[in-house]
Design a protein around this ligand. Structure first.
Ligand code: SF4
Length: 415
């Protein structure tokens, strides 16, 4: 039985018990949320499963992998270590360069968290040209990725050839999802229907054998704040929700990727809440969203601001954006900075979602130690303890920001 079938039948399994304990949620609520499709559990053999969806803590994904024009494989493997060290909940291997099978198997060997893949990337490379992609090749790639032990798979099945044809001439940024644009390009090259949509039920049979989480891709997300959310993205959200229902009825857990890309800050609450309503509170995975377009080089900061809003208003899972977004393959330092920014966003979001519950004990302990100027203890509660240690003078009491006019020292004397 799959995790979802277990939940529907009221059977508590080891993955549910682990998630209930880690998240401090009653097991009955975990069962209820999973059975209704409002939360999922990504499992990974020999490692801890991860719960995604309300009322679990907001989770963070880090993308890594080679591209067709760059990618030192050893550097990508170091990114796995960095991402795990700084607290990524899941990783996505998006490799499109080098020996993709070997890279994925190595990433699985050296990682401890659930891994996601996007089969259209590898199918595009193996076909050598978009027009050579075939349904057989797609199935072959999906099957080998599943066999290797991934925990989640992304299919861009939520749009049709008719939608693509209607999009012509509309939008400033057209399609900004890589998986979405590759799928769309294959469809347009032969004027065929979306292969993931056409073969959806056959793909579900394959996915069910491995009980991985199906991640329905967000091909038609808005690519700049002036494109906003349009009829095309709305039709994808509705289609993905219909497909999610079918997958849930098959016993497969589903996450919906959506509202990633670029959304003006004032619209984030409206869209997240509407998305949750349209999709019956299914788990929502966002990239960013970026609330402005001009932060290039600092897109991790823009994404953290958008991500904090999105998470606070109901998004369950955020993809880290690095300072290299829109520019180049990220370095190790970029991966760290993007992940830390995303952790800050998720933590802010959780404070809006849950109030100051147990997740904020570190904030409380940090403040108590900050007041007492227990520098060493204080830093251990930080999201990244290494950074303050690098900056603070090691000789005792002093913080040079205000020097002898330290407000904490003054208030300690008078209050
Ligand atoms: S010196 Fe200023 S910035 Fe530093 S701890 Fe005291 S009040 Fe805070």
């Amino acid at each position: 039985m799959t995790i979802l079938e277990d939940a529907k039948n009221g059977n508590v399994n080891k993955e549910m018990l682990h998630v209930a304990e880690i998240e401090r949620i009653d097991i009955k609520q975990v069962l209820k949320k999973i059975s209704k499709g409002e939360a999922v559990i990504m499992k990974r053999e020999n490692y801890n499963p991860v719960g995604i969806g309300f009322p679990f803590r907001t989770k963070i994904n880090v993308n890594l992998g080679t591209s067709s024009s760059a990618g030192d494989i050893s550097e990508e493997f170091k990114k796995v270590e960095i991402a795990q060290k700084y607290g990524a909940d899941t990783l996505s291997d998006l490799s499109m360069g080098g020996d993709i099978d070997t890279i994925r198997r190595n990433v699985l060997d050296i990682s401890r968290v659930p891994i996601t893949t996007v089969p259209i990337y590898q199918a595009t490379i193996e076909a050598d040209s978009i027009s050579n992609i075939s349904e057989d090749l797609i199935f072959k790639v999906v099957e080998k990725q599943l066999k290797d032990g991934i925990s989640s798979i992304v299919l861009h099945s939520g749009f049709t050839l008719d939608t693509l044809n209607k999009m012509k001439g509309k939008r400033i940024m057209k399609i900004v999802s890589k998986g979405g644009s590759l799928t769309a390009s294959y469809m347009k090259s032969s004027e065929v229907e979306n292969p993931f949509l056409q073969n959806f039920e056959k793909l579900l049979e394959l996915i069910k054998e491995y009980d991985v989480v199906l991640n329905l891709g967000n091909a038609l997300r808005s690519g700049c704040i002036h494109d906003e959310i349009d009829e095309f993205q709305l039709s994808e959200i509705k289609m993905n929700n219909r497909l999610a229902k079918t997958a849930n009825n098959f016993g497969i857990q589903v996450i919906l990727e959506s509202l990633g890309g670029h959304i003006p800050a004032k619209n984030i609450m409206k869209w997240v809440k509407l998305h949750k309503k349209i999709t019956n509170n299914r788990p929502l995975f966002v990239s960013g969203p970026l609330p402005i377009d001009t932060a290039t080089g600092y897109d991790h900061i823009a994404a953290a601001i958008g991500g904090a809003f999105a998470s606070g208003f109901g998004a369950d899972y955020i993809c880290a954006i690095t300072p290299a977004e829109h520019l180049c393959l990220p370095t190790l330092e970029d991966i760290k900075n993007g992940l830390i920014a995303c952790k800050i966003a998720a933590h802010v979001g959780d404070s809006m979602k849950f109030g100051l519950n147990y997740l904020f004990n570190d904030d409380l302990e940090l403040s108590k130690n900050r007041y007492l100027k227990n520098w060493k203890e204080q830093f251990e509660y930080c999201i990244d303890p290494d950074e303050p240690k690098k900056r603070h003078l090691t000789n005792g009491e002093i913080c040079t920001m205000c020097g002898k006019h330290c407000a904490l020292s003054i208030s300690k004397k008078i209050l």
